[in-house]
Design a binder for this molecule. Structure first.
Ligand code: 1OR
Ligand code: 1OR
Length: 302
């Protein structure tokens, strides 16, 4: 695997390249802005860079069975999903295996453009859908350049997150390349118990509190939210639902101004494999704690 970072300073043509503008109607622009709201790669862009990205994006309508990306190809565009469900296939020993899917949100196709590698997976539409594409040159000029800044901003912090200790430095830098940052105000709900999960969080500054309502006591009068834990700088949360493939087991609120680094589920599965054992060990402690609190661990199991 080529882990070498693209060095944006080597590449001066980028600054002289003309700005790409794909004209859009007001209605298209509104839909595009909606679809971009939670795209992690855009979260650390300056306003000016972000609006250049929006200008350059173009709409792509797809039909069931369309291959948006084929594994092994050169990378042309990065895509964000406006709607539709897309299967992810990876070749293993000559057999194509479905390893996941995008369900009406998210983005894909960044890896080949970031690292100059062949496409790492095949992406197939399963229904009529709509995507927004961003061409390779603009992706380089704005997103890859911004990644150099992200590495400077987050390298030192990521190096001291205990969970990530067992990774190689180059693996930690790949996490930095794809992470997004989100700021929360006191009392903001970051995760809601029972929701479907699509990302993982590391607290950068501030604090979060984890609250649980017993599912086995659902509907009973004494079923108030109970605080079960807090996480602060360097600690993680939101792994449980990703590891167990279940709905969120707790609700998480910001305590004071809080900033979290966010990793989407595909990147979590791709990059955090070596840390899963540590997470599983900690998860077994949740079960003990749950028994102590509610008298049974059924809330986490079923
Ligand atoms: P790309 O430019 O390589 C294919 O084109 C895209 O599929 C890739 O960027 C990612 O955006 C996306 N491994 C590699 N790429 C993945 C994966 C993935 N999932 C989505 N993509 N894995 C699956 C993790 C759920 C790891 C499989 C071993
Ligand atoms: P998630 O994806 O289920 C909620 O979303 C997150 O809260 C969860 O991942 C964990 O990261 C985090 N039980 C369940 N979830 C917990 C717990 C917990 N602590 C933190 N989370 N317990 C507390 C153990 C000290 C056991 C409950 C009594």
């Amino acid at each position: 695997i080529c882990a070498e970072a693209y060095n944006p300073d080597d590449d001066e043509d980028d600054d002289t390249e003309p700005r790409v503008v794909n004209p859009k109607t007001d209605e298209q622009r509104r839909r595009l802005q909606d679809a971009c709201r939670d795209i992690l790669l855009f979260k650390t862009l300056e306003q000016e860079q972000f609006s250049e990205v929006l200008d350059a994006m173009f709409e792509v309508l797809v039909k069931p069975q369309d291959h948006i990306i084929d594994q092994g190809d050169d990378g042309d565009n990065f895509y964000i999903i406006e709607k539709g469900v897309y299967d992810i296939f990876v070749q293993k020993d000559g057999v194509s295996i479905c390893v996941g899917k995008y369900d009406n949100k998210g983005s894909f196709g960044e890896l080949a453009l970031m690292y100059n590698t062949p496409r790492a997976a095949t992406i197939v539409a399963t229904q009529d859908g709509a995507l927004w594409g961003l061409d390779r040159a603009t992706f380089h000029r704005l997103i890859v350049k911004n990644n150099a800044k992200k590495r400077r901003m987050y390298e030192a912090f990521i190096e001291c997150v205990p969970l990530l200790k067992s990774l190689e430095v180059s693996e930690r830098m790949k996490i930095v390349d794809v992470l997004g940052a989100r700021a929360f105000k006191d009392g903001d709900r970051i995760i809601t118990q029972g929701d479907k999960a699509d990302c993982f969080y590391i607290v950068e500054t501030g604090e979060v509190k984890i609250m649980i309502k017993s599912k086995t006591k659902a509907g009973q009068q004494d079923n108030a939210e109970v605080e079960v834990a807090r996480c602060s700088r360097g600690q993680y949360f939101g792994e449980l639902a990703l590891v167990t493939n279940k709905p969120r087991a707790a609700t998480v609120y910001a305590v004071g101004e809080t900033k979290c680094l966010v990793i989407d589920i595909q990147a979590f599965e791709r990059l955090l494999g070596p840390c899963i054992d540590i997470m599983k060990r900690n998860i077994s402690q949740y079960e003990d704690q749950l028994v102590a609190l509610f008298g049974s661990s059924d809330d986490l199991k079923q």
